[in-house]
Design a protein around this ligand. Structure first.
Ligand code: AMP
Length: 422
């Protein structure tokens, strides 16, 4: 396997990589970095979790660190456009981590916060500007951003830009960029609009395609818990009785659904927080920080909000609702097993979601093992009554006891708690 040494990055950058603890380049890094160091354009078909941020930041740092031009006020030498504030902050953080031994200036621009510090930072000129499209356009309109010193442009998560309705903004920004530059486009999927954009934007690009579908999925221990919809909160609570679970990311289909899960967990005295588009920037950052520091065990997120989360030690994913788009299943479970780690993904499937499950299994070309040993397998719907404050679910005569309570379940108790294949 290729090691970082053979990539011939500046010694200052190598030192920083060692410091963050990376041993070997990930596949996308090994394939992309040599071409990017030669100044080539790149089409990267990859999602977060593959190490793609370092795949583009390291060679750009190398380029900007080698030729030490100074960016004039309002200018930047590299522009990175990314769809969410969280991703923007993380990319900026990565640039600062990898570039800490070279004299590199990097700043971030996104909405939901005051523009003054952003305008001030731009007035000093920057090597890197990491931005979300809306606020960037705003500041461009006010004359705070100029592109005549731009050397490298990165369009990150292009398909998400499309999903989130930012595509026109992105095109308006691209129209203002100089023709002569190195361009990198990353997208997890290649819908027609994106491939058209790639064709018009990239010059003789190198194409690097990383298919996490197979590789990620293989590393993750997956299971399906068939459960009636109204029993989902109780099932989640029963899983969380396992105190060895320290970091769990729960996915819901809707923002309201995410809020409801937090409320349910709260009634069981389990600390959690939700992140989604209706939450303020401050609330999202706080929730993420609390989760990273282990102050809360459970983070509940919608698909779009979760794309910006980079927490490397999530051990458990719960699909509280199955996603409508089967590809989202792969994105979701890829939040665990990041950068070579292993993880577990538990998907709740109520009778109305069977069709979605079939689509997912077709997409991942696997049938997901069914866990028949969980407390609510084959249990009829329970009226949705809130749990009492002692954290106990409502009393039901037909509710089987979980095996850790010592009682025998209504079904014949099985010796193994392992998931078993259908
Ligand atoms: P990304 O796909 O850029 O969101 O990166 C996913 C995670 O992988 C981040 O937490 C990075 O810190 C981590 N990572 C990136 N490159 C490497 C590497 N070569 N070895 C180990 N971890 C890495």
């Amino acid at each position: 396997m290729l090691d970082f040494k053979s990539l011939k990055l500046l010694p200052e950058i190598m030192e920083a990589i060692e410091k963050v603890g990376y041993k070997n380049p990930t596949p996308i890094q090994a394939q992309a970095i040599p071409h990017l160091l030669e100044g080539k354009d790149l089409l990267g078909i990859a999602q977060t979790g593959t190490g793609k941020t370092a795949a583009f930041t390291l060679p750009i740092l190398n380029r900007l660190g080698t030729s030490k031009k100074k960016a004039r006020p309002a200018r930047m030498r590299c522009l990175i456009l990314t769809p969410t504030r969280e991703l923007a902050s993380q990319i900026n953080q990565n640039i600062q981590d990898y570039g800490k031994n070279i004299n590199i200036k990097s700043t971030v621009i996104f909405g939901g916060v005051g523009q003054r510090p952003q305008v001030q930072a731009m007035s000093r000129g920057q090597d890197f500007l990491v931005a979300t499209p809306g606020r960037l356009l705003d500041l461009m309109g006010q004359g705070h951003i100029l592109y005549d010193q731009l050397e490298v442009f990165v369009l990150d998560e292009a398909d998400r830009m499309l999903d989130m309705g930012f595509f026109n903004d992105v095109k308006k920004i691209i129209a203002k960029l100089p023709k002569e530059k190195q361009t990198l486009l990353f997208s997890a999927t290649m819908p027609k609009d994106i491939s058209n954009l790639a064709n018009s934007l990239l010059k003789n690009p190198v194409r690097v395609e990383i298919t996490p579908e197979a590789s990620t999925v293989d590393k993750i221990d997956q299971k399906i818990n068939f459960v009636d919809k109204t029993n989902k909160p109780l099932l989640l609570e029963s899983i969380l009785k396992d105190n060895t679970i320290k970091t769990m990311l729960v996915f819901t289909r809707t923002k309201h659904g995410a809020n409801r899960v937090v409320k349910h967990l709260d009634s069981f005295l389990i600390k959690s927080a939700a992140i989604h588009g209706n939450k303020s920037q401050g609330a999202r950052e706080r929730a993420l920080e609390d989760f990273k520091r282990g102050k809360i065990r459970v983070l509940v997120a919608t698909d779009i909000a979760a794309r910006g989360i980079d927490v490397s030690n999530i051990t458990h994913i719960v699909n509280y609702d199955l996603p409508d788009d089967p590809k989202s299943y792969v994105h979701r479970i890829g939040r665990t097993a990041r950068a070579g780690r292993e993880g577990m993904a538990i998907s709740f499937c109520d009778p109305n979601e069977r069709g979605l499950l079939k689509d997912i299994e077709k997409t991942i070309k696997q049938s997901i093992p069914v866990d028949e040993d969980h407390a609510f397998h084959g249990v009829a719907a329970q009226p949705s009554r809130p749990a009492n404050r002692k954290g106990r679910p409502p009393k039901r005569t037909d509710r089987p006891k979980t095996s850790d309570s010592g009682a025998v379940s209504k079904k014949k108790k099985r010796p193994s708690q392992r998931a078993r294949s259908r």
